[in-house]
Design a protein around this ligand. Structure first.
Ligand code: SAH
Length: 468
């Protein structure tokens, strides 16, 4: 039995046009329109828009349509500042005013906590917006390719594809990148150094990685190559070394047929192996392979919120689970008695230990392993007496394993601070914790990725008094 999508008794077919009002938005920022209750998702459309759409694909209960014409714009609609905003996969919400983006993100958090978390009367605090919602990223990984005429181009991928949009100026990246890309492209043209071709697994330069220390102004350039050596590397160095702030020039070797951008080995061509930067007053050494938050301005605000929620007076034992390079751990260590960090990537833990050392922080200890393995094991080894005053978690998008949440509850922390990059899994995990003796006291969003649909959330949970 095939059920078809219909409107007014007739089948909805591909390329059919409709005029619709956009009634809602998905978590990924697409507009939602209804045709007699049949749902169509319309990329680039906003709540409040009246638009003409063309049907692209239909499924039984929902379909996708393309925005053809805006008939009456939403009052939050603005002209995107970037000419390739609509085709580039980097930004999804440039056509929404910044105030509108913040409201969208706040609502996304609140509705996840209600729908998935089953929470009522959510203690939402105002979302933390960024003062300048452009040029905020300190790290870029530009794919390199050729255009139709064989000219070297760099840019970003068209949404959901590996086709490169030629962008020599990206509105969310550090402005320093324009000059760096121009130098690398001219160098490649002049010495006939070929970009990597994904399909044929041929050519040399795959990506250009840049990092800029927003506080220190130090700059790193790393060419990711499908080979062991970069021909004429000394020429490239000569051109890059005089860029103000240049601190580290390197290559990274990735000869695999893979979507992964970076290979395991780096070779420094000039300068240091790393750049330095600060989050708050903590200094970090960042190598091409290190994980480091891409928006240091908003990261500082988010971690200050986590610190405020942790409300430390210097006597606490704190666990920071999913600690990465120890960013939150080192922030908290300045106010706690002892911090323990757990992270699955060994290299990140090495960075965390080194970062503790260069900042003279001696009350932070780090363990490598999955949080859901390390914490239950340590708890068991202690015979069930290991307690914590505060536990912070900052998991990847998939959230926490339930076994980990169980151990956290057994350790009876007075407060749990949950930092999340996905409100849906956050809501799922909060529901579990709320069923086990904790309650949500404070919730605050933070906009780390302006112009995208992503949002970070910081939540404070406290132990309810009636449970033991
Ligand atoms: N708190 C850190 C990193 C947060 S990102 C910071 O702010 O810099 C999430 C981190 O969780 C990543 O570093 C990832 O490597 C790590 N991770 C993923 N799965 C994990 C697991 N099961 N146990 C511990 N860490 C994990």
């Amino acid at each position: 039995m095939k059920t078809i999508a219909t409107y007014q008794g007739k089948e909805i077919v591909k390329n059919q046009e409709f005029v619709v009002d956009i009634e809602d938005m998905t978590a990924e920022g697409a507009g939602v329109a209804k045709l007699d209750g049949y749902t169509l998702f319309v990329k680039d459309a906003l709540v409040g828009d009246k638009v003409r759409i063309s049907v692209m694909k239909t499924k039984k209960t929902y379909g996708y349509a393309r925005l053809v014409e805006i008939l009456e714009p939403s009052k939050e609609r603005v002209e995107p500042v970037c000419p390739v905003a609509r085709i580039c996969g980097g930004c999804q919400l440039q056509h929404l005013s910044y105030e509108g983006q913040l409201a969208f993100k706040e609502k996304k958090i609140e509705s996840c906590l209600q729908r998935i978390g089953g929470l009522r009367d959510i203690p939402m605090e105002p979302i933390m917006g960024i003062e300048h919602p452009f040029y905020y990223r300190n790290k870029a990984q530009f794919p390199v390719g050729l255009d139709k005429d064989g000219k070297v181009i760099t840019g970003f991928y068209v949404g959901r594809t590996h086709n490169i949009v030629d962008t020599s100026h990206c509105m969310i990246q550090a402005k320093e990148n324009d000059e760096l890309l121009a130098i690398v492209k001219a160098f490649m043209e002049e010495y006939n150094i070929k970009p990597y071709n994904e399909e044929q697994h041929s050519g040399l330069v795959r990506h250009i990685l840049t990092r800029v220390g927003f506080t220190t102004k130090e700059i790193m350039v790393c060419l990711i190559i499908n080979g062991e050596k970069l021909p004429k590397a000394e020429e490239l160095v000569k051109r890059l070394e005089n860029v103000p702030g240049m601190t580290s020039i390197s290559i990274n070797i990735n000869k695999e047929k893979t979507n992964r951008i970076l290979g395991e080995r780096c070779v420094t061509l000039w300068g240091k192996d790393y750049i330095e930067d600060y989050i708050g007053n903590v200094k970090y050494q960042i190598s091409p392979l290190s994980f480091y938050q891409v928006n240091p301005v908003q990261t500082t605000k988010l971690y200050e919120t986590a610190l405020e929620y942790a409300s430390l007076d210097g006597n606490e034992i704190v666990w920071d689970l999913y600690c990465g390079i120890g960013t939150i751990s080192l922030f908290l260590a300045q106010k706690a008695k002892q911090v323990y960090g757990v992270e699955i990537v060994p290299q990140a833990i090495e960075d965390a230990k080194r970062n503790a050392k260069i900042n003279d922080i001696n009350n932070a200890e780090f363990f490598v392993g999955a949080a859901e393995d390390v914490l239950p094991k340590k708890y068991e080894e202690s015979g069930g007496v290991m307690k914590a005053d505060v536990i912070v978690v900052d998991p990847p998008r998939k959230g926490c394993e339930e076994t980990l949440l169980d151990t956290i509850v057994q350790m009876e922390p007075k407060r749990i601070v949950y930092v999340s990059c996905d409100p849906a899994t956050l809501a799922r995990d909060l529901k579990i914790l709320c069923g086990k003796g904790y309650e949500v006291k404070r919730v605050r969003g933070c906009d780390m990725f302006s112009q995208s649909y992503h949002v970070e959330t910081c939540v404070l949970l406290s132990k309810t008094s009636e449970t033991s």
